[in-house]
Design a protein around this ligand. Structure first.
Ligand code: ATP
Ligand code: PRP
Length: 205
């Protein structure tokens, strides 16, 4: 049996066609059900669809053998106990520092609103910039407007969300796309099966 953890939301829509091309299909009746463990066209493969941030946790602990998650989520998690084996090239964006202007970054102690606490801490530490991180779970762009923070660390794709909220992208932290990750123990015990999935997926990206 092989269990694959998929991220709900934006990544899922782009993941399903990739898996289909590789030979793995999940019927709409399964996708639209309230079940948490979904059957696929293959008796030996099950899929779980969970919050993006939970994917590395399930894979790290071997509750899923493989998973698909954004690099943002993997950087934040630390990716312990799992191997990142494939860049799927989907859900591409950038992790960036944004503020109303570059002047807003000139602070002795920079207040940073973000859900990427670890990535932001590490980035400003490397720059030697003292900071106070304010953890938010969404709508980061609001924080500088209401003076909760001097800047934010968030994902940027088109830049429309920043622009609509009077913010500009300033510093680039990392390029983001979705990655296929594998539990390190499963990679040994189910090596043939996992490698054949990686090959099948790789051919179609
Ligand atoms: P949750 O609902 O669990 O809090 P979320 O709102 O971050 O998660 P999504 O918006 O579906 O979930 O994003 C999931 C992943 O998609 C992110 O981890 C990132 O890798 C990627 N992503 C997020 N925003 C964008 C974007 N604007 N453009 C491209 N990819 C993005
Ligand atoms: C993501 C991210 C930004 C936005 C960036 O939010 O947190 O707000 O996309 O994309 P853009 O540069 O193309 O505007 P998302 O739409 O996933 O909403 P969420 O933060 O509520 O998850």
């Amino acid at each position: 049996m092989l269990t694959i953890a998929l991220s709900k939301g934006r990544i899922l829509a782009q993941t399903l066609p990739l898996l289909k091309k590789a030979g793995l299909e999940i019927a709409d009746s399964e996708l639209n059900s309230r079940k948490l463990i979904l059957d696929t066209n293959l008796a030996e493969v099950k899929v779980i669809i969970i919050r993006a941030t939970d994917v590395p946790v399930f894979v790290q602990h071997g509750a899923a053998d493989m998973g698909i998650a954004g690099k943002d989520v993997l950087l934040e998690h630390g990716a312990h106990g799992l191997f990142e084996l494939l860049d799927l090239g989907i859900a591409k964006c950038r992790l960036m520092v944004a503020a109303q202007s570059s002047d807003h970054l000139q602070e002795n102690i920079l207040k940073v609103a973000t859900k990427y606490v670890n990535s932001a801490k590490q980035y400003f530490q490397q720059k030697g910039q003292p900071c106070e991180i304010i953890k938010l779970y969404g709508a980061m762009e609001l924080a500088p407007i209401v003076k909760l923070s001097h800047c934010i660390v968030d994902l940027v794709d088109t830049g429309n969300t920043l622009k609509a909220n009077g913010l500009i992208p300033l510093d680039h932290i990392a390029d983001i796309s979705s990655r296929l990750v594998v539990n390190s123990a499963s990679f040994k015990t189910k090596n043939t099966q996992i490698k054949s999935w990686i090959n099948a997926i790789e051919k179609n990206i």
